[in-house]
Design a protein around this ligand. Sequence first.
Ligand code: GLA
Length: 402
Amino acid sequence: MRKTLLIALIALLGELKSYAQDNSNLAATPPMGWNSWNIFQTKIDEPLLKQMVDAYVSSGMRDAGYTYFVLDDGWMSMERDQNGQLVADPKKFPNGMKEFADYVHSKGMKFGIYNCAGSKTCAGYPGTRGHEYEDARLYASWGVDYFKYDWCNTDSLNAKEAYKTMSDALKASGRPIVFSLCEWGGHNPWLWNGIGQLYRTTGDINVSFVKPVKHGTWEAQSVLSILDKQETIRQYNHPGHWNDPDMLEVGNGLTNTEDKAHFSLWCMMSAPLMAGNNLEKMSDQTKTILTNKDVIALDQDALGVQCFKVYSDNGLEAWAKPLSNGDWAICFLNRTAQSQNINYDWSQHAINDDISKTNADFTKATFKLHDLWTKKDVGTTKRAFKQALASHDVIVLRLVKG
Ligand code: GLA
């Protein structure tokens, strides 16, 4: 009798498992979207966000490949309701979250939302701890397609287990939901294969190009400090599993040159591209950067290999990224405060990457050089590439197989 019961139980568990959502193919290329945090923090509400949704379409962001519209911290009421359910703040979202999600979907985008593994979110709203499955079911009922899960107020929680529990809950919800882990890199989340699709690698980005910025107990990151951190873990980046160097600050106060460099480097890293600016008020320059299809194509390349440094001299660097059709992307970066002269003799700089098992020997193969920002052809790898590069600027070349 006991044996029969056991067999029935095992069969039932097998059945339940087969109903769990298979999310392994949800992010073959790095997710692209917009997130409310960098520009609005918790000051979000339905009218403002609907303007952002409309601007997402009218600005050309959606047509350039951005897909997700993500609400970060600050969308909830301060307490769960009497049944323990999360509720959207009725003052901010008088028509409820389902209506807002429907609005996002009606414009051809996917909808994302935020919570935190701890007892409260970083901004003090109700966290998920102990409510993983009911919250996941609620999000699925609203039509959530993307979920960012933060790491504040977690006390002694085991990080990997906490993220695994939420991952299982999302899979059990029956709706395909991209899982964005926002653990800031403290417990090496890039080693947790299969739990989600995006793995935050550092603390929060700041509107700063060179130097991290101190905020009492924590330090906000800069574009370059994040780039350097990510270089050390590039072997973990691959389709379906993306190192996440945080959301973009393009349009939020860096110089136009720095914005261009920031965006180019994120694309070279095959990073998730989550814009974080005011879409309605964005300048033409910002729009040109965020919607550069040739640079986005590097980010979205099917190989999904994160770039690596192939040259470094006094703050002038070259980063390389192999592409799926045999082309290469090379990004020259000037980290310094002065203009520098590039004089790059390709024949002296063969590329050999043990991690992606790719290589290029420019004494044997010739590539045409196409500048992805000026849109000009600028010679071939037969001759040295010579150009001045302004402070904090980049030149991004596509090396096209001849
Ligand atoms: C943390 C995250 C940020 C943002 C805020 C919200 O700092 O790292 O990306 O989500 O919380 O409070």
